[in-house]
Write a protein that binds this ligand. Structure first.
Ligand code: GDP
Length: 174
């Protein structure tokens, strides 16, 4: 077998309501940058990040919804072949939290029930504007049996951990 055949490539989809920080998270992880300017789209289907996991090369392809968050407007192509998923909501947006179960069902419906998922509460640097209690988020994670991370893309808190966890889950499955 050729060496390049051994490379693992993982398609990760990042879903959740608009403005919770999905594009920012992808940019932070893949390019190491954060911009305050609100951008609905990063203009490409996905960004890539090459990592080393247990001495294997892993290529993560992080797919951005590119401003298609209107739930039903996300195309089938976005979900096709997805192998892991981030369900994201924002500390400062109650609706985004309440939409998580809907997003989870949608992903499982499109991709299948065994896709590794992770629940992410972003913008934890904005605690003074919080409209979601930590405890209720933890309870939701328990109820849905999901690993839960609290991130700040702005301050670069826990972002790497989210993708490490999904990589680990994917590798365990294969
Ligand atoms: P998307 O629509 O879910 O892709 O959200 P964006 O990535 O476009 O982010 C929406 C806005 O939230 C932008 O102005 C970002 O700069 C901002 N943002 C993203 N993550 C954070 C964060 O962790 N903390 C703060 N304070 N702002 C954030």
């Amino acid at each position: 077998m050729l060496e390049e055949d051994l490379e693992v490539a993982i398609k990760v989809v990042v879903v959740g309501n608009g403005a919770v920080g999905k594009s920012s998270m992808i940019q932070r992880y893949c390019k190491g940058i954060f911009t305050k300017e609100y951008k609905k789209t990063i203009g490409v289907d996905f960004l890539e990040k090459q990592i080393c996991h247990n001495e294997n090369d892993v290529r993560l392809m992080l797919w951005d919804t590119a401003g298609q968050e209107e739930f039903d407007s996300i195309t089938k192509a976005y979900y096709r072949g997805a192998q892991a998923c981030v369900l994201a909501f924002s500390t400062t947006d109650r609706d985004s939290f309440e939409a998580i179960e809907k997003w989870k069902s949608k992903v499982e419906e499109e991709v299948g029930p065994n896709i590794p998922l992770v629940l992410v509460q972003n913008k934890i640097d904005l605690l003074e504007q919080a409209v979601v209690e930590q405890e209720e988020a933890e309870n939701l994670a328990k109820k849905l049996k999901l690993r839960f991370y609290r991130t700040s893309v702005k301050e670069d808190l826990n972002v790497t951990e989210v993708f490490q966890y999904l990589t680990e889950k994917h590798v365990q499955k294969t």
